[in-house]
Design a protein around this ligand. Sequence first.
Ligand SMILES: Nc1ncnc2c1ncn2[C@@H]1O[C@H](COP(=O)(O)OP(=O)(O)OP(=O)(O)O)[C@@H](O)[C@H]1O
Length: 326
Amino acid sequence: MSNNVSILNQVRGLSTHNYFLESRNKAFHKALDLATRAADSNATILLLGESGVGKEVFANYIHHLSSRKNNAFVAINCHAFSEGLLQSELYGHEKGAFTGAYEKRIGRIEAAHGGTLFLDEIGDITLDVQLNLLRVLDNKKITRIGSNALMDIDFRLICATNRDIKQRIEEKKFREDFYYRISTIVITIPPLRERKEDLRKLINYFIVKYAVELKKDISSIEEVAFKALMNYNYPGNIRELKNIIERLVVLAKDGIIRMEDISDEIHMNGSNSMLLKEVRIATEKRHIEKVLSLNDFNMTNTAKQLGISRRQLFNKINEYKIYRHE
Ligand SMILES: Nc1ncnc2c1ncn2[C@@H]1O[C@H](COP(=O)(O)OP(=O)(O)OP(=O)(O)O)[C@@H](O)[C@H]1O
């Protein structure tokens, strides 16, 4: 019996927008269903969930399902700007509006006219920025900084945060009226560790994605490696899973994703629920591979160094399917 898991081609899941939204998880299904039903309306949407769960992916998905899909999708990470810079990013400015404003600049709200504006990390914006945005949402007009001219503006707002907004309201750091204005529909995306039933397909999806992108022929993944990935709890959610798989595909030799390339952190974490026997086999295999390689695959020397007979070494090489890689 093979120790490897074959990679089923998941091309069906490779949607045109390059994300994978198939799920068997109840909470994720609910989130997806809400997003789908709310997409073709102008209702403001607040996406909640830990960092890396796919809030921006959802915002994109909603935009592409809406009648605004042929217009811009403009995303801005509010956390990345100081208050002054954020105002200027949002509203744009006229030439000479402030020191350093050498040119007229269109703001992101204006750029999103006819389309969707996605404000990520909304929980971090100041009370002043909240008040300004509240006015824009109510009046549907903006002015560039340094101008008096009011411009009519039409955009759909989607916001996201990984913060506890209710607590921010209690701390008086978030305006309650603004919260209600941006949260007509609230969608909570569950963390990856709570949707383990989707992990197998997501792992396959990213393997296929990176195999195609990196032009590598990946045929299988060692069973122990697959188990370690299945047992890990992904504090960085889908972003972390995606990065891990990219790395494993880059490092894969002869089309096989191997346990030896899985970092210790995942290995240790993922091994918690592995049977002792599996841990022993994985460790033993890694060690034999290392000693074989150090001895340039000389069986006599390797067996000697490992303290076993040549026959035992041959048996282990067969059992663990150890190959020589040139
Ligand atoms: N369903 C999915 N299919 C494919 N890729 C996904 C999916 N969900 C998330 N990703 C990928 O994971 C990464 C993180 O996703 P995204 O930026 O949407 O998360 P986020 O919740 O907005 O994170 P943050 O709170 O840190 O901004 C991105 O590279 C994204 O492409």
